[in-house]
Design a protein around this ligand. Structure first.
Ligand SMILES: *[C@@H]1O[C@H](CO)[C@@H](O)[C@H](O)[C@H]1NC(C)=O
Ligand SMILES: *[C@@H]1O[C@H](CO)[C@@H](O)[C@H](O)[C@H]1NC(C)=O
Ligand SMILES: *[C@@H]1O[C@H](CO)[C@@H](O)[C@H](O)[C@H]1NC(C)=O
Ligand SMILES: *[C@@H]1O[C@H](CO)[C@@H](O)[C@H](O)[C@H]1NC(C)=O
Ligand SMILES: *[C@@H]1O[C@H](CO)[C@@H](O)[C@H](O)[C@H]1NC(C)=O
Length: 472
């Protein structure tokens, strides 16, 4: 009852704000500045990717507009009402319905690191492992032991099993703990491989990359089965006789599509797991550069490093498709947009891309050109490892007004997801997949190597493995 009243009040206030901002805003005099503002208003209305101040990629506050917040607030689920299946995208409800076993813990790993209990495979692979593990722990009704991760060898980037680090090296574990205390209070969290006091280890069979992913209670069933092999049941586990399920697998271990959780639990868990704040702050530092006009630039993720398989979309194909798209974006807005920010680890590829865009009137920036005047920040970024630099770039690209990447890159796919997570409809289902066909894990497009997407967020599509059902 109280929840309903709160919902009503929030709806009325939201409607009022929408009315004031939307209808009043239209009477702003048609100066250049006003046109620019309304263009940004229009864009944020279509795509509220930075509407929530808690999404990892909030724009600097001077670019966020009240209209974005008002529109996203319209459905107004009551996050404090545990009976509302909308609260925290359904997470509060799911946790309330779960049968929890105190003393049971899940720790996922990929057989990496000093004790073979770490996640590896690079930043986005490891990120997927943490988010998936949260889902599997909830499925089991167990606590989660956050695994350690391993870094890349800077001299041999394909080796992702170098040094063992705690998860907060890459992610904001403090935030995750706080958010879960509110959104899934039954779920207990232990940090960094902490198995103290737990001697009983249950090890299900290692799950390989393309084996069927878990969904709807299949993981709980696997745990039950594995316990049974030890003549145990859930009832044998208590806080005074605890056990850990040590689950090894590589990637994409939970299928949100099969579980019908693409636009609920997947969103909730994505938002709970943010990147390390210090690294995002460095990205914000770059975003604040005058050259990026408070977000009014076109961001590009160019996957042109020399480890990139040609079948995933060559750098030449990407550059041609991106340049054509950038010209379309320029022609579609009523204000002048000349700034392009390119993220790429290969300086030769950046130079080639710049040479294509400069004659067309664009100015192409990258993290080195923008930080040239900020030598302290530049030194801090340069001192980071490859994957930590990726987190800095992520923040810049999530904050771009317009953005283009490539679907075969998990980094690009993560950025596309982050930019559109607050949209009502799933970005991939509505803007990328229509017109394509799927066979097993492979997806084919009617026009491969072209750019698809929404007004602000676009991907070059390439035929191949489609992991989005189990991503991010
Ligand atoms: C590996 O296990 C040993 C013994 O339990 C422990 O002291 C050490 O901290 C562990 N290393 C890591 C990186 O977790
Ligand atoms: C489980 O119980 C069965 C029957 O009592 C016994 O034969 C088997 O050795 C036990 N297995 C384990 C792992 O303890
Ligand atoms: C919850 O788990 C306990 C222990 O395994 C079991 O006895 C009980 O039946 C379960 N309850 C439900 C509703 O599944
Ligand atoms: C999994 O659960 C969802 C939601 O209850 C349901 O829609 C879906 O059909 C289930 N999938 C399977 C394979 O049982
Ligand atoms: C940054 O530049 C200033 C002025 O040129 C210099 O004093 C300072 O040592 C530089 N800092 C770094 C980290 O290079």
């Amino acid at each position: 009852m109280l929840g309903q009243q709160r919902t009503l009040v929030v709806s009325v206030v939201a409607a009022l704000v929408v009315y004031l901002v939307y209808f009043h805003g239209r009477r702003i005099p048609e100066s250049f500045h006003a046109i620019q503002e309304s263009e940004i208003f229009k864009i944020t209305d279509d795509n509220t990717h930075h509407a929530s101040p808690t999404t990892p990629g909030s724009l600097p506050s001077d670019v966020s507009t009240p209209s974005a917040n008002a529109f996203s607030a319209t459905p107004a689920p009551d996050p404090l009402d545990p009976d509302s299946s909308d609260a925290f995208d359904g997470l509060l409800h799911l946790c309330k319905e779960t049968n929890w076993t105190d003393g049971l813990w899940v720790q996922c790993h990929s057989n990496c690191g000093d004790n073979s209990t770490s996640m590896c495979g690079g930043l986005n692979n490891a990120r997927n492992r943490v988010q998936t593990c949260l889902r599997l722990a909830i499925d089991t009704g167990a606590g989660m032991i956050i695994p350690s991760a391993t870094t890349r060898d800077e001299n041999d980037l394909v080796n992702t099993n170098d040094k063992t680090v705690c998860a907060d090296f890459f992610w904001n574990m403090g935030y995750m703990q706080e958010a879960l205390a509110e959104q899934c209070p039954q779920l207990q969290i232990r940090q960094c491989d902490d198995r103290s006091g737990i001697t009983k280890v249950i090890e299900p069979k290692f799950r390989l990359y393309k084996e069927a992913a878990h969904s709807n209670t299949t993981f709980r069933e696997l745990v039950r089965y594995t316990l049974e092999q030890d003549n145990m049941t859930f009832a044998d586990i208590t806080p005074s006789s605890p056990a850990v399920v040590s689950f090894g697998d590589t990637y994409i271990g939970f299928n949100y599509m099969v579980a019908a959780e693409l636009s609920t639990i997947r969103k909730a868990l994505f938002k709970v797991l943010k990147f390390n704040r210090d690294l995002l702050d460095l990205g914000d530092q770059i975003l604040k550069s005058d050259e990026l006009h408070q977000g009014a630039f076109i961001g590009v993720h160019l996957r042109g490093e020399n480890d990139w398989p040609g079948g995933f979309g060559t750098v030449q194909t990407q550059m041609e498709a991106y340049v054509a798209e950038i010209q379309k974006i320029k022609a579609s807005v009523s204000y002048e947009i000349k700034a392009v920010y390119v993220s790429c680890g290969d300086s030769t590829a950046i130079r080639a891309f710049r040479e294509m865009l400069v004659p067309l009137g664009f100015v192409v920036h990258d993290k080195w050109t923008l930080l040239a005047k900020q030598n302290e920040t530049l030194a801090r970024v340069e001192a980071l490892g490859f994957d930590q630099k990726g987190i800095v770039e992520y923040q810049v690209l999530v904050g771009a007004q317009f953005w283009i990447g490539i679907i075969t890159s998990s980094f690009s796919s993560l950025i596309a997801y982050a930019r559109t997570v607050d949209d009502t409809d799933d970005f991939f289902e509505t803007s990328i997949f229509p017109g394509s066909s799927k066979s097993g894990l492979d997806r084919g497009y009617s026009e491969p190597n072209t750019v698809k997407g929404s007004l602000n967020t676009k991907l070059m599509v390439v035929d191949g493995t489609d992991i989005m059902e189990a991503f991010p």
